[in-house]
Ligand binder design. Structure first.
Ligand SMILES: Cc1cc2nc3c(=O)[nH]c(=O)nc-3n(C[C@H](O)[C@H](O)[C@H](O)COP(=O)(O)O)c2cc1C
Ligand code: SF4
Length: 560
């Protein structure tokens, strides 16, 4: 073994030991190796495997699953340009050309001096400020081709310009801003434990992550499990294209999220909370850890939280590694355990057997912040907003063809038309609700309501202007799903690729009515036969576009 080999082995050993040589730490170990060695080669995988006492194939299979861990050696700066629809609308192709030209490489290539690698990102969560790109952990927004050249030049000169921004449209008007810090936790800790879950149930709060599962019911299931180890996980994966409200909550109101987690911990009997933060939001990690540290100092985390004897609860932040499917709660848990983010069969549900097989509640960032508000202001106050079946208010991530993209708060039940008036999006041809996995609503249906009883949503609203080609929209989403399917089950793995081929045929005018009917049948099959929500929802945009915009879709001149 050469001296260099020995030094690099020692470096890897030090990383593994720093993470406690534990199998569940495989992803942070690989993240550190990637950061320090700019790649994860077979020698590094073998050393990690030996130290964790697992087969090297296991290490390879995890490293190859995550976009931020791929094994190929990278440049010192990895430039990731966001490919999502709103960045597309905002001119990402011109930025891509400028990057190619300035760097002298194409996407998925590294410069000869190993300074830059250029990659596409599925969505970096800056849909209100596109085109957006990441350089390592740093985010740049509203990037023009000229800016892209400047960003590259500045990194070349090893001094990055300050391009990170955080814009919260109407941020000051969000209800969260008016909730006194600590009030919710104080009220909850003053109650008997059982009353906490009852209060959440009485508020009729439904999960804000998209599926709308009643939060009180989920907490009840977990509270009823007999186990001395339980967990509450904050799902901060926010990978759905067009969704960025959790980013704003984490940045502006992290105390409310941590209060919600602590209240949940008390209610279900958990001692540990974990925030699963998407890799694209790594720049928020330091901020979150600082807030956690402050809360520990204030006695709001740690031993005897809030002065309640015997209530020990703490929170850690874990980083994702670039996989949209890890937002699905069981894939998230697999990822936290150090495996590929492949969804599990359910049942058992996480509330019964979740992280490390212990009862676990997984809640969305906004759900947890809403819990803190329910306790701070009371159930009646919360139920004073929204509709009977969709109580409270909701944050919406608005992007695309509108004058004022950003994060907005509205009570559930607002019509699409009223929302468009507020954001300067009247005249839109369509609105994609719920992100790439959501539904495309044509203008004739703009009187429909955003609510669980009409159009349920995790909050993404992508405005599609009158001149857009609806097949471009479907194509963008299907490319995303082809990239992000975990490949575990056939309907999703092959179905998305076939729908994408179908869209390409439609664009060329080469799709026969019979083939289109087959594609619709395929979409319907995927909705019922896929293993997890990704495959079950990925055909929705395609199906609603071909049905809602039949004239746009089937009247293309045939290719010759
Ligand atoms: C492919 C896929 C991605 C998901 N991504 C997220 C996400 O980024 N954030 C989130 O809160 N929920 C996401 N979910 C939903 C979660 O599985 C889960 O329902 C949610 O975290 C529960 O929290 P809630 O009840 O508070 O909404 C996703 C689901 C699927 C199928
Ligand atoms: S539906 Fe797609 S993402 Fe979900 S398990 Fe199957 S292949 Fe994986």
């Amino acid at each position: 073994m050469t001296q260099t080999d020995t030094a690099s082995r020692d470096g890897i050993v030090a990383i593994v030991e720093r993470h406690g040589a534990d199998r569940t730490s495989l992803i942070p170990i690989l993240q550190d190796i990637k950061r320090t060695r700019r790649g994860i080669d077979s020698q590094a995988m073998q050393i990690v495997a030996d130290l964790l006492d697992i087969h090297p194939v296991e290490v390879y299979s995890v490293a190859s699953f995550y976009a931020f861990l791929h094994g190929a050696p990278e440049g010192a700066y990895v430039v990731r340009l966001c490919g999502t629809l709103s960045c597309d609308f905002a001119g990402k192709d011109a930025v891509a050309d400028a990057l190619r030209d300035e760097l002298g490489i194409d996407f998925d290539e590294t410069t000869d001096d190993h300074l830059f690698t250029l990659e596409w990102a599925s969505c970096v969560g800056m849909c209100d400020q596109g085109p957006a790109l990441l350089v390592n952990d740093r985010v740049y927004t509203r990037v023009t081709p000229e800016m892209a050249r400047e960003i590259v030049a500045a990194h070349r000169a090893a001094g990055a310009p300050d391009g990170a921004q955080e814009i919260v449209t109407k941020g000051n008007e969000l209800t969260y801003g008016a909730i006194p810090a600590g009030a919710g936790l104080k009220a909850a800790l003053a109650m008997p434990r059982g009353d906490i879950v009852d209060t959440v149930s009485a508020s009729s709060l439904k999960g804000r992550g998209g599926a709308g599962f009643p939060t009180g019911m989920k907490w009840n299931f977990c509270a009823a499990e007999k186990s001395d180890q339980k967990y509450i996980i904050c799902n901060a994966d926010e990978g759905e294209p067009g969704t960025f409200k959790d980013r704003v909550i984490l940045r502006e109101f992290p105390d409310l999220v941590f209060e919600g987690m602590t209240i949940g911990g008390r209610a279900i009997g958990a001692g540990m909370g974990i925030v699963y933060l998407r890799a694209e939001y790594a720049y928020l990690r330091h901020h979150l850890n600082e807030v956690i540290r402050r809360r520990r100092e204030a006695g709001l985390l740690g031993k005897n939280v809030g002065g309640v004897e015997g209530f020990d609860f703490d929170i850690v932040v874990a980083n994702g590694a670039g996989a949209y499917v890890c937002g699905e709660e069981t894939a998230l848990i697999e990822s936290l355990e150090g495996f590929r983010g492949e969804p599990r069969n359910r049942p058992p549900f996480p509330a019964v057997a979740g992280f490390l097989n212990h009862p676990t509640v997984v809640n969305n960032v906004e759900t947890l912040a809403s819990v803190a508000c329910v306790f701070a202001k009371g159930v009646d106050w919360f139920k004073g907003f929204g509709t009977d079946k969709s109580t409270g208010y909701k944050l919406f991530s608005v992007s695309g063809d509108c004058e004022k993209p950003g994060v907005y708060e509205f009570p559930w039940g607002i019509t699409v038309a009223d929302l468009l008036k507020e954001v300067g999006g009247t005249g839109a041809k369509a609105v994609q609700i719920g992100g790439a996995s959501g539904v495309c609503v044509p203008a004739r249906d703009f009187e429909r309501r955003l609510a669980f009883e009409d159009i349920p949503t995790g909050g993404s609203v992508m405005v599609i202007g009158p001149d857009r080609d609806m097949l471009d929209v479907a194509e963008n989403f299907l490319e995303f799903f082809v990239e992000e399917s975990c490949g575990q089950c056939t309907p999703c793995r092959l179905g998305n690729a076939q729908l994408l081929e179908g869209v390409e045929l439609l664009k060329k005018g080469d799709c026969t009515p019979e083939h289109l009917a087959d594609l619709k049948g395929l979409g319907a099959t995927m909705q019922v036969a896929s293993k997890c929500g990704l495959g079950q929802t990925s055909p929705s945009a395609f199906l609603t576009i071909v049905d809602g915009f039949a004239d746009d879709v089937t009247t293309r001149p045939q290719s010759v």
